[in-house]
Ligand binder design. Structure first.
Ligand code: OAD
Length: 257
């Protein structure tokens, strides 16, 4: 953390002066809970092709789920398995504290582990869904399940009728949930004083665009990521650190409420 003292002070000062904050999170935040990221060394997508000979994005696509659900399930179960036994870290906790600290605080997360809600956050737009939400493909029943259900090779079935089910997560090629997109747009129209981009490669336009929008509105952009990303050029303050240690250090520098 040495060498980042002034950036941490700047980040704390920007947050002390803010009343509205948007926090955008990706797999790098949960990496500090021991979860793999999608891209980069050790990431789930490190191998270009799966053992089925298709890219992971094809294996985890809506088309594949319709034609060969067992292939998509194999990788959904791998992601679920990676979540099991893990829990939110100090970064999730600090972000949850933001809701009491600021007049408006929202989270836009791509993570499907549900850790923001587990850590106590309520204003969560989980744009890629949540593995805890299992929807029956026959009776449409929606059940909140434990991640322990993603164990072994057998997909969890509907708890009511026993038919095949799927988690309410966005597979490649599928539409984003409209209610969540509308919520995000409405909050962006209200504007934010500060946006934090944490642990995401920001490859998707709906993840990078809010950063650009806050920046063009004169807001402060804080990026927390050990590496450069697609939004690094917009960062007013760049913290090339792990998410949990950076957020803890920022929180400890902020003035008491
Ligand atoms: P990626 O795996 O693309 O990027 C993870 C980012 O976290 C990288 O920029 C890393 O440098 C950074 N990182 C790694 N360790 C970190 C740490 N300890 N603290 C902070 N940052 C760290 O993950 P996402 O950007 O979340 O979508 O990926 C976005 C989407 O791609 C996922 O939601 C998923 C995937 O395809 C779907 O499944 C639809």
């Amino acid at each position: 953390m040495c060498g980042f003292t002034s950036q941490l002070d700047d980040a704390a000062q920007a947050l002390d002066g803010a009343s509205s904050v948007l926090v955008i999170t990706g797999a790098g935040l949960s990496a500090d809970s021991g979860m793999p990221t999608y891209r980069g060394v050790g990431g789930l997508y490190h191998d270009v092709h799966t053992s089925e000979g298709v890219p992971i994005e094809v294996a985890l696509s809506g088309d594949m789920f319709r034609s060969r659900p067992e292939i998509t399930w194999k990788y959904l179960l791998q992601i679920g398995d990676a979540c099991r036994g893990r829990s939110p870290n100090r970064g999730h906790e600090v972000i949850a504290l933001f809701e009491q600290r600021f007049d408006r605080a929202w989270i836009l997360t791509q993570n499907v582990d549900g850790f923001h809600r587990t850590a106590g956050s309520q204003n969560v737009i989980d744009i890629h869904g949540d593995l805890h939400d299992l929807r029956c493909l026959t009776c449409d029943h929606l059940e909140r399940i434990e991640l322990d259900a993603y164990i072994g090779d057998e997909p969890p079935n509907c708890v009511l009728c026993g038919a095949a089910a799927r988690p309410e997560v966005v597979l490649f090629g599928e539409m984003l949930p409209m209610d969540k997109v509308s919520r995000l747009e409405a909050e962006l129209r209200c504007g934010f004083d500060v946006v934090l981009s944490i642990g995401t490669s920001s490859l998707f336009p709906y993840i990078s665009q809010p950063v650009r929008q806050v920046a063009s509105g004169g807001g402060t952009v804080i990026e927390i990521n050990p590496d450069l990303t697609d939004v690094s050029g917009y960062a007013t303050i760049a913290l090339r650190l792990g998410a949990a240690e950076a957020l803890d250090a920022i929180w400890s520098r902020m003035s008491p409420p």
